[in-house]
Design a protein around this ligand. Structure first.
Ligand code: 13P
Length: 255
């Protein structure tokens, strides 16, 4: 973390978990645990149908509720999709885009990730843009090239001004849901490489002020070490964001 230069953001990605009632109960439980923890922003990205109940329960707290995806068109014949306008009309500010599960199971490409990112930014939202290498790419030593290419393609056409509303989540695919975590050194190195690409694209001021999270089996045990690294500005947390005490411990590590 480098709080002098950029916000630390601890975000949960609930994925396909929690009914509306379960989400409400979870927020009720976690709310007092993270009250007054002012050194980071706290976001839970929720399935569309649980957003309203989670938001209702989060009212008056520092917790924001975000979405897990958004479509690139304003409206139209896209069965099953939700637009940025619909999300903002529901008071949703944050949205995850480009998660590896979307890329892996639902055919998302850098092109669709880029289109969704631009649509969300145009609607005034803050994007949590996910990218990261798969295991074979890490083993072949091309992680830097992979994240560099993704950063450039996913942010094509995004202005320096809009970058104020972009958070990047570096999520090595081999670390997601596997219990394998990148070492703090690996996380710091790759987040730093992404920051170098941002400097190339937008200049050092934007690069230095952009929040770059790490995601991939971050938990209550490894969070402090990861967050101690200067280029790791927070976490995007899957499994451990479903357990209030674990999530609280990660928020504590960011204080
Ligand atoms: P896990 O924390 O369960 O590995 O998931 C990480 C993730 O995919 C967050 O978006």
């Amino acid at each position: 973390m480098n709080p002098a230069k950029r916000r630390t953001v601890i975000a949960g990605n609930w994925k396909m978990n929690f009914t509306p009632d379960e989400a409400r109960a979870f927020i009720r439980e976690v709310k007092p645990l993270v009250a007054g923890k002012d050194k980071c922003d706290i976001v839970f990205c929720a399935p569309y149908v649980t957003i309203a109940s989670a938001q209702d329960e989060a009212k008056g707290s520092k917790i924001s509720i975000g979405a897990e995806n958004v479509h690139f068109a304003e409206k139209g014949a896209y069965t099953g999709e939700v637009s940025a306008k619909m999300l903002t009309a529901c008071g949703v500010k944050y949205v995850i885009i480009g998660h590896s599960e979307r890329r892996q199971y639902f055919g998302e490409t850098d092109e669709t990730v880029n289109a969704r990112t631009k649509a969300a930014l145009a609607a005034g939202m803050t994007v949590i843009l996910c990218l990261g290498e798969v295991k074979e790419q890490r083993l072949s030593g091309i992680t830097k090239e992979v994240v560099s290419m993704q950063t450039k393609l996913d942010l094509a056409g995004v202005s320096a001004e809009e970058m104020k509303r972009v958070i990047i989540a570096y999520e090595p695919v081999w670390a997601i849901g596997t219990g394998l975590t990148a070492t703090p050194e690996q996380a710091d190195e790759t987040c730093g490489q992404i920051r170098e690409v941002l400097a190339e694209l937008y200049g050092t001021e934007v690069a230095e002020s952009t929040t770059i999270q790490y995601g991939g089996s971050m938990n209550e045990k490894n969070a402090a070490e990861l967050l101690a690294k200067p280029n790791v500005d927070g976490g995007l947390i899957g499994g451990a964001s479903l357990v209030a005490e674990k999530f609280k411990a990660i928020v504590d590590a960011a204080q």
